[in-house]
Design a binder for this molecule. Structure first.
Ligand code: FAD
Ligand code: FES
Length: 335
């Protein structure tokens, strides 16, 4: 049994994929871009067609990859490992015009771990080497003592290549959060991670104003995008909405308020769904709908729990935003 399998993607990308390594992981490490989003089997963005050879589907869930699709030769690039040499083709758009950065492993030291909102922590780490990424992308943090990783979006901008900021929400009973980040992890600890991952990003200069809507820690990649966009004057006008239930759920309010005072083209609207206060009240998506009579000609970046993202997409379409202008990142639970 060889230790690696040869995998050909399309006509000219040839890779060696190690035993147990996913096709997507090998491709991204070789800087061969493959469409993907969650890297945990839940979104289906990384679907590919196996033209020759055999794969192990691993833990690919039936709701993402049906029995009929498997029989048809489809596989999830982030979950499938080769059982033989393969020829595959990707189904998504491979050249999306965005510069991509190779996936790599890093070690990092925790420099800050602070409670910033109810059940929410800011985690800052210092990397052992520079990480090049696009604003909006994420890393996978390896849970110590396991081979399991969890995805956390960078809240820091790409210009901070050595220091990454993450916002982490506690999931009661969750392996990474309850079992590690909110219990044993401390400043000075060394952690392992891989990145960058994902295709939720803002890299191009865009001529239209953008609405950014984050639910809970869905604010993280939006913070990176806002900082990057303002620093490089990439977007003419930015409207940031952050949704929470109560005031204790909001964080970085002062930071964004000050930023909005420094930049005339940046607007910040936190919204609470379960508490009356001096700010906007209601579901964050309803607040957006009330603020805009038309979103035609605008674009949007949405991030957070899948239900919030779905609701936001519906609201923006109702306000006539073009679907191709709506970019989304959903914090799905690992398959
Ligand atoms: P897990 O051990 O994964 O458990 C999660 C909970 O779900 C548990 O209560 C478990 O019982 C339940 N559960 C498990 N499986 C199922 C199932 N099939 N159906 C229903 N319930 C189930 N989170 C952040 O806080 N900040 C971020 O910046 C962030 N970025 C992300 C980016 C991406 C692309 C993705 C996909 C997710 C992101 N997340 C982020 C979510 C994060 O990766 C973890 O999923 C989250 O922190 C929970 O991990 P955990 O190990 O603590 O919980
Ligand atoms: Fe593979 Fe989401 S990236 S299923």
């Amino acid at each position: 049994m060889p230790d690696t399998h040869r995998v050909t993607i399309g006509t000219d990308t040839k890779l060696h994929v190690a035993e147990g390594q996913s096709i997507l992981d090998a491709a991204l490490r070789a800087n061969a871009w493959m469409p993907h989003s969650c890297t945990q089997g839940t979104c289906g963005t990384c679907k590919l067609k196996v033209l020759r050879g055999e794969v192990d589907h691993g833990a690919s869930p039936e709701y993402t990859l049906t029995t009929a699709e498997r029989a048809d030769g489809l596989a999830l690039g982030c979950m499938a490992t080769p059982r033989s040499d393969l020829i595959v083709e990707t189904l998504g758009v491979v050249d999306d015009g965005v510069p991509h950065h190779p996936l790599r492993d890093y070690t990092a030291t925790v420099t800050e771990l602070a409670d910033i909102a109810a059940n929410t922590r800011r985690l800052v780490v210092e990397l052992d080497d520079d990480l090049t990424f696009n604003a909006g992308q994420y890393c996978e943090l390896l849970i110590p003592g396991t081979t399991v990783g969890r995805q956390y979006s960078m809240a820091s901008p790409p210009c901070d290549a050595r220091q990454l900021e993450f916002h982490v929400k506690l999931t009661p009973g969750g392996l990474a959060t309850d079992g590690w980040i909110f219990s044993s992890l401390k400043v000075g600890d060394a952690i392992s991670l891989r990145g960058p991952l994902g295709q939720f990003n803002l890299v191009h200069e865009q001529t239209e104003p953008a609405i950014l809507i984050g639910g809970g820690t869905g604010l993280a990649p939006l913070k990176s995008i806002v900082r990057h966009a303002l620093e490089h004057a990439l977007v003419p006008e930015l409207f940031l909405y952050h949704g929470g239930r109560r005031q204790e759920d909001l964080y970085d309010v002062e930071y964004f308020t000050e930023l909005s005072q420094q930049h005339n083209n940046f607007h910040y609207r936190p919204a609470l769904s379960e508490e009356a206060w001096e700010g906007a009240t209601g579901m964050v998506t309803d607040v957006v709908v009330a603020d805009f009579t038309s979103c035609k000609g605008m674009s949007a970046y949405l991030c957070g729990p899948p239900a919030m993202v779905e609701a936001a997409v519906k609201s923006l379409k109702r306000r006539r935003m073009a679907p191709r202008k709506i970019f989304r990142e959903e914090f799905t639970v690992a398959a």
